[in-house]
Design a binder for this molecule. Structure first.
Ligand code: AKG
Ligand code: FE2
Length: 217
């Protein structure tokens, strides 16, 4: 949290069956996680990817692990290699894997075996439209999301795009886990404003840990 105010939120808040907000779950490790992001980005830099429709994603993305989500004119998919460099994606740092497993366990998913971390970087005005995470080829494992730096408004919907959407502010160090009946629920991020965070300035980072069962080259 910013402004030095005490965080009065409970350690776990249910959003839906299978979906949990864990306020401050990684706040102690936040600075360390930001350094890990920097290390990944040295090898596989953040880039704004092209959508199948020809637009640009407003968040810049990269990732690490066995396979990473990419988008270009030919569609959405996971690849084992960074298309920019032709090299395998950087390895998934053990700390990330372990924090992901711990958050999942806390949310009731004891058997999470993450093999990828997608990294999103949002600047002022960056957003992520309402979507489902459905390219993993596997929905029996949850998605674990860590928020770092600037706060953002997370939109949490339901199984259908037209379901009501709740707005939840995610702060530095917060984790959200969704799996089971909520695994394919729609979610997104509203456009960021212009506040700053002591560790990241105007930027927000998000890490999602996932288990990917299918990937292209
Ligand atoms: O930035 C976030 O909190 C959500 C990111 C997300 O939904 C995704 O990467 O699929
Ligand atoms: Fe998502």
């Amino acid at each position: 949290m910013v402004l030095g105010l005490p965080d009065t939120r409970p350690p776990s808040m249910a959003l839906d069956e299978g979906a949990v907000l864990l306020p401050g779950f990684v706040s102690k490790e936040g600075a360390h996680l930001l350094r890990l992001i920097e290390q990944v980005a040295t090898i596989a830099p953040f880039r704004q990817m092209e959508t199948p429709g020809g637009g640009l994603m407003s968040a810049a993305m990269t990732g690490c692990g066995a396979a990473v989500w990419v988008t270009d004119r030919s569609g959405y998919r996971y690849t084992t290699h960074d298309p920019r460099s032709g090299q395998p994606w950087p390895a998934l740092p053990p700390l990330l894997r372990s924090l992901g497993e711990q958050a999942a366990r806390q949310a009731g998913f004891a058997d999470f075996t993450p093999n990828t971390a997608l990294l999103n970087r949002y600047g002022p005005g960056s957003r992520m439209g309402l979507h489902q995470d459905r390219d993993e080829g596997e929905t029996s494992q949850p998605v674990v999301s860590f928020s770092l730096g600037r706060s953002a408004v997370f939109q949490w919907g339901g199984a259908r795009r037209t379901d009501a959407v709740r707005s939840i502010v995610l702060h530095h160090g917060d984790a959200v886990v969704w799996g089971g009946p909520a695994r394919l629920f729609f979610h997104g991020i509203k456009p960021l404003g212009h506040e700053t965070h002591p560790l990241t300035g105007e930027l927000r980072y998000n890490i999602t840990l996932r288990y990917v069962a299918r990937a292209a080259g």
